[in-house]
Design a protein around this ligand. Structure first.
Ligand SMILES: [Fe+2]
Ligand SMILES: [Fe+2]
Length: 197
């Protein structure tokens, strides 16, 4: 199934795009949007909140010096340091959404979600659960699953399937996200096997 952004969401994406040109964040963001749209169809939630939050949640990375963000972004990086990219992303989101005259009440909820999307371990709403799960589901996608294990301090996850299997059990709030992750993981393993033939 193809999941499409509305014209307004595409406009927000266009404004976010210059802020997504580090660490494969444009690809990551497209995958997060894709999985959030999929989850919205299954579990409900409000796309006026979830999709702008998905588009804008990692815009802050590009404002950090590369050597700083690499240290922060290692898997299980410093939980306090990771807040820096959330706070900058929330500020950029506020400015971009004001620029497109987005509804004030929506902006407040989007900013609240972005500001804790990595550091806050519990979810504050269904919309927050969808964004948090969409963010993690991107790691199971065909293209981004080849990239994210290389992030951080230059180290590479030793066994991507072990990492993803662990994530399947521990990363998600919604049972439907676990189902989607399981299906994606099956596809990735199948693709790997067919490359060996
Ligand atoms: Fe993030
Ligand atoms: Fe992210």
């Amino acid at each position: 199934m193809i999941f499409k952004m509305t014209e307004e969401e595409k406009k927000i994406f266009g404004l976010a795009c210059p802020h997504l040109q580090v660490m494969s964040n444009e690809l990551h963001t497209r995958e997060v949007v894709h999985f959030c749209l999929q989850l919205l169809q299954i579990v409900g939630g409000d796309r006026h909140i979830v999709i702008p939050a998905a588009i804008l949640h990692d815009t802050g990375w590009a404002k950090l010096p590369g050597n700083v963000s690499r240290k922060i972004r290692v898997p299980d990086g410093d939980p306090e340091a990771i807040k820096v990219h959330e706070e900058i992303s929330a500020l950029i989101a506020e400015l971009i959404l004001r620029d497109v005259n987005y509804q004030r009440a929506y902006i407040d909820e989007i900013v609240a979600i972005i500001i804790g999307h990595d550091s806050r371990k519990e979810a504050i709403s269904l919309n927050d659960k969808i964004l948090k799960d969409g963010d993690k589901l991107s790691r199971f996608s065909k293209d981004y699953s080849k990239i994210w294990p290389h992030w951080g301090d230059g180290s590479v996850a030793e066994n991507i399937y072990a990492e993803l299997s662990n994530g399947l059990r521990n990363w998600f709030f919604l049972p439907d996200s676990i189902k989607i992750a399981g299906i994606e993981l099956g596809h990735r393993m199948q693709e790997d096997r067919s490359q060996c033939r």
